[in-house]
Design a protein around this ligand. Structure first.
Ligand code: SF4
Ligand code: SF4
Ligand code: SF4
Ligand code: FES
Length: 1002
């Protein structure tokens, strides 16, 4: 699928919504409508007038550095990008004065930029400098190009900066400072030869740059370029540097004689030729649950670049993984042949042989031990359509409800907390609603690393719009450092302080009484269970000063709207469901539901962890959370699927492992999950896999889990298939096929269909759209979902009514219970099941890293990511390091009650005292060799975060596990934005056109 922009890399400005208030403008003598306070540039663009605007990007707002958008109002020159529309304004874009001023402004830009478009990798129809040269019909440059005394910076693995091509527009700075809010970039306005600076003057490689790519995405020219583009995009750009320079000289030599017009025409022919071999395909990121969507540019199988344009969840944003993390798709180790175990080895097999074997073994095991001796695990990396087919295979073909997905490992407790209190198991609003909150409360979520683009929105609202931020976590990570209040409760005690604050608000008349009266049931019973949760008890139990707790309570009470965000720091505890419930209870007591800027946001970890459950890959629910034991539901599905369905709840992932050990479960079909590493107590899980009679693993690489398989089936990754993902916002988005499946591999939905048909299913799905239509027809929550409504960048947020209307914000009219009211859910606190003791004296926390996704099966294959973050490590506080004689690089043996790992130390004040942190990005030293089989009783989600270890200091001291080129060693330079006022104060700056005017006036 090709997508298009208006040719300058920007989406065309939207037309005014009907019935929106308007003011009347006169632009070049014609009347136009605008919104009051709208930037003039927007109605000018809507009117189709061709006004230059090099530094303007709608998603950045006015940067005001280029002066190419000058227009005349009442004889004054003003920047159209920074002047706001008001009633009756008369604007001239065509006056000689405005025209001359723009020429002068653009001359200055060309003085900073050498035009060699024909041999430039950015000559793809969307280069702002090229397009403006053409638009302004520039033939000759009045200010000659002058090289700057700065070298190209090539030190980031993914992109490079060429100061000679930099037009100093500052878009990159604005994006880094105020969209990504990593605050790495600035411009040295006081320098005689200004340039973009990383950390005020570091190399890019050694700066705080997190390689999110925002700056590269918004750069209007080739100053910042993805390295994957260089030498690959153009017909002539792959030639040697020497030849390239000679060609540039030839082209420049022609300019005085021919003018730019004819040179640009040649480059445009070259650019048009590129259309025939560069494909731009919209897809959705396969990593975290934020749901970033973007165009991927490809030339054959080479990924030229990822271009986020205007994704509904992400706008122009991405993180390092979404922007640059795709090398794995072409990794030589991709599986391309099915494998069949023979003794201790695997041999390659044909698809037919492998699929026949799978069908035969499933049939035999079912015949011998019954359908419940088989189990199925779908992948939260796969599409909704694939998860739907997987659970249909389990239920309608095999006849078991033994089907689950990895939301069991992270999200199930949050879903439970929401089902108990408000009725839907999903985020109650959108990322936009989080941005609108006056207070954001983050509990147990390293948002800046696990959900980077969503975190960027919170960072922006906090930096620019006065949003308040409270963070509760064991680690002082980036969000904690930015917070107005950072709470560091003792491990496993979040439920206590949350409940104590709730009680305090109720006791002190700070609850939202009207909301409670109108919308909430169960207050009296709930209040009784709050009795133990005094502030004093919370202070003692959680180790948080009383005054801090009271301050937090008052901030919550005073907030005009609070969103609560939480993740695995809450859910992966033995009371994960209860703590999630406590968060929702607090939101209800304070009236923080039912409007924008409020609500509950359990941040979904995988790209489609929400969708895997929505699609019915759960042991107790058919698609759309319709219970397997509801006779009406069952009858409806039996009629639709023409099969008798099992009506008792099946085994979840955790129970499956136990059932294998007990000899009850004989066979497992697992799609795309590295379960032997990511399930807790990995040794126990691996031992279970070795006991299976027949184990099928479907994946794109030979994962650690594949070692236990009897048959390995080579699947295709997201870029090689069609389908939909559902992000944390309940946003359903289509991914289009970017690349053909690597020969030998197949999309998961096709494999599942092939297996099902060999078991007699007679399915004939020719395309995932047909699967989605079927799913929508049996799932009221998805009734109006179809591929037409999801075309291009369109998306839908469930529940989606039959007419196609979705619900970006839930509970605007009622809560999802029969009487429309929410429910306060009584709670008690039992405390963590596994605390440090004399032998295992340290608490081990674990989680994600920004650069890697989970165990790193995909991201370790991305050369640049591996270079920056090559290994795992354990974070140790400076005080503990001193006590135990440990330094960064010291090898340690961590021993828990369940296993041990050898790992290097990283001494950092992100952790404190006797609390350790280990990221999960390792296959060699997986943290789950240390975690236990304890679970949250309500959901069986493992209590990953309740792990105690003994630390043995080994004699070897190695290098730092994080190299110097990791962004964590950088020193950001926060500032308000591009700070153009500093440019305006330069002695050599004057507003283009203004000197001319003075001369003319004289
Ligand atoms: S963090 Fe790095 S890649 Fe991201 S916008 Fe800033 S400088 Fe660019
Ligand atoms: S590098 Fe930054 S300042 Fe330079 S042209 Fe690109 S976006 Fe503008
Ligand atoms: S990993 Fe998440 S934040 Fe990063 S690009 Fe993908 S969806 Fe966006
Ligand atoms: S577009 Fe207005 S100053 Fe650059």
């Amino acid at each position: 699928m090709q997508t298009s922009t208006n040719g300058n890399g920007k989406r065309s400005p939207a037309s005014l919504p009907e019935n929106s208030p308007t003011v009347n403008l006169v632009i070049d003598g014609l009347s136009h409508a605008a919104r009051p306070g709208e930037r003039l540039i927007d109605p000018i663009n809507r009117a189709g007038l061709k006004l230059p605007q090099v530094c303007y990007h709608p998603q950045l707002g006015p940067v005001q550095t280029c002066d190419t958008c000058l227009v005349e109002i009442n004889g004054q020159l003003v920047r159209a990008c920074a002047t706001f529309a008001s009633e009756g304004m008369a604007i001239s874009t065509i006056s000689p004065k405005a025209h001359a001023a723009r020429q002068e402004a653009f001359d200055r830009i060309l003085g900073n930029h050498m035009l060699y478009c024909t041999v430039c990798d950015n000559n793809n129809g969307n280069c702002e400098v090229h397009n403006t040269t053409k638009l302004m019909a520039i033939e000759h440059q009045r200010i000659p190009f002058e090289a700057k005394p700065h070298k190209i910076d090539d030190t980031n693995p993914f992109y490079r900066y060429d100061p000679d091509q930099c037009v100093l527009c500052g878009r990159c700075v604005e994006a880094c400072q105020n969209v990504e809010v990593n605050e790495t970039l600035s411009i040295s306005w006081n320098d005689p030869h200004p340039r973009v600076l990383w950390d005020g003057g570091s190399t890019i490689g050694e700066s705080s740059c997190v390689s999110c790519g925002h700056c590269v995405t918004v750069c209007p020219c080739n100053a910042l370029m993805e390295k994957s583009m260089l030498g690959h995009a153009g017909f002539l750009t792959g030639i040697s540097k020497q030849a390239l320079n000679s060609m540039i000289d030839v082209v420049k030599g022609m300019e005085p004689e021919t003018g730019y017009g004819s040179i640009l025409r040649v480059s445009e022919i070259e650019s048009a030729m590129r259309e025939s071999r560069i494909r731009r395909t919209k897809t959705v990121c396969t990593y975290c649950g934020v749901g970033c969507s973007f165009d991927i540019w490809t030339r054959d199988r080479h990924i030229l670049k990822v271009e986020p344009l205007d994704g509904p969840a992400n706008g122009i944003s991405t993180c390092i993984k979404g922007k640059f993390g795709w090398d794995y798709v072409n990794d030589p180790e991709r599986l391309t042949k099915p494998l069949i175990r023979e003794g201790d080895k695997f041999r390659e097999a044909s698809w037919d042989e492998a699929l026949d074997l799978v069908a035969r073994k499933f049939t035999e095991i079912k015949a011998q031990h019954g359908p419940d001796s088989l189990a199925f695990i779908s992948s939260s990396k796969c599409t909704n359509e694939e998860s739907y087919l997987m659970q249909k295979l389990a239920r309608a073909v095999v006849g078991t409800n033994n089907i689950d997905n990895c939301s069991r490992y992270c999200q199930a407790p949050a879903t439970m907390g929401l089902f108990r209190t408000v009725g839907y198991g999903g985020d109650s609003g959108s990322i936009q609603d989080i941005e609108n909150a006056s207070l954001v409360l983050i509990v147990g979520s390293n948002t800046a690393e696990s959900h980077p683009v969503l975190a960027a929105r919170v960072k922006r609202a906090h930096k620019l719009h006065g949003q308040k931020l409270i963070v509760a976590d064991l680690r002082e990570h980036e969000m904690a450092r930015r917070a107005d209040i950072f709470l560091h409760p003792k491990p496993g005690t979040d439920l206590v302080w949350l409940s104590a604050i709730t009680r305090y608000l109720l006791d002190n008349d700070l609850a939202h009484e009207d909301f409670l009266r109108q919308w909430v049931n169960g207050l009296d019973e709930y209040k009784k269970t709050l009795a133990p949760f005094t502030m004093e008890f919370a202070s003692r139990t959680c180790g948080i000063p009383l005054e801090t707790l009271e301050k937090v309570a008052r901030m919550i009470a005073e907030a005009n709207g609070m969103c609560a965000l939480w993740a695995m720091g809450v859910t992966q505890q033995s009371q994960g469901s209860d703590t999630s419930t406590a968060i929702s209870n607090l939101l209800l007591v304070t009236g923080n539901y039912m409007r924008t800027g409020t609500g509950a946001y359990p941040l979904r970890g995988h790209n489609n962890v929400q969708g895997a459950s929505d699609s019915g890959s759960m042991p107790n629910n058919l698609p759309g959370y319709q219970s397997v034991d509801n006779p009406e539901v069952c009858t409806r599905f039996e009629a639709a699927w023409k099969a008798k369905l099992p009506v008792t709840k099946g085994l979840d992932n955790h129970e499956m492992v136990d059932a294998i050990h007990q000899g009850k479960l004989k066979s497992l079909y697992l799609i795309g999950e590295e379960m032997s590493l990511v399930d807790s107590n990995a040794n126990y899980v691996s031992a279970a896999f070795s006991r299976l009679d027949f184990f099928v693993v479907q994946d794109i690489f030979f994962s650690a889990t594949c070692r236990f398989a009897d048959v390995v089936l080579p699947a295709s990754p997201s870029l090689e298939k069609e389908g939909t993902f559902t992000s944390t916002e309940r946003r359903i988005q289509r991914l289009n096929q970017v690349l053909e499946p690597l020969p030998g591999s197949r999309p998961d939905w096709k494999i599942t269909q092939d297996i099902s048909n060999r078991l007699g299913a007679n399915w004939n799905y020719a395309h995932p759209s047909e699967i989605m239509s079927e799913m929508a027809s049996v799932t009221p929550m998805l009734a109006g979902v179809n591929y037409e409504r999801l075309d291009g960048y369109k998306s839908l947020q469930w529940p989606v009514a039959a007419d196609g209307s979705g619900q970006p914000l839930l509970y605007t009219k009622t809560f999802n219970f029969p009487d429309g009211k929410a429910r306060l859910f009584p709670l008690s606190w039992t405390g963590p099941v596994e605390l440090p003791d004399a032998q295992f004296d340290l608490h081990l926390n674990n989680g994600r890293l920004l650069e890697h996704f989970h165990e790193g099966n995909l991201t370790h294959r991305v050369k640049g990511i591996h270079e920056k973050t090559p290994d795992t490590f354990v974070e140790i506080s400076p005080e503990l390091a001193k006590e135990r004689g440990v330094q960064t690089g010291t090898w340690l043996l961590l021993i828990s009650r369940y296993g041990q790992v050898r790992v290097r130390a990283l001494v950092t004040d992100r952790v404190s005292g006797r609390e350790l942190y280990m990221p999960m990005n390792s296959v060699e030293s997986p943290v789950n060799l240390l975690t236990s089989s304890h679970t949250d009783p309500a959901t069986h989600t493992p209590a990953y975060k309740e792990t105690s270890v003994h630390m043995e200091v080994l004699p070897e001291v190695g290098e730092s596990p994080l190299p110097r080129v990791n962004s964590r060693f950088g020193h950001p330079t926060p500032q308000a934005g591009v700070e153009v006022a500093r440019k305006w104060k330069r002695s050599d700056y004057y507003l283009p056109g203004s000197r001319l005017v003075q001369i003319q006036l004289k």
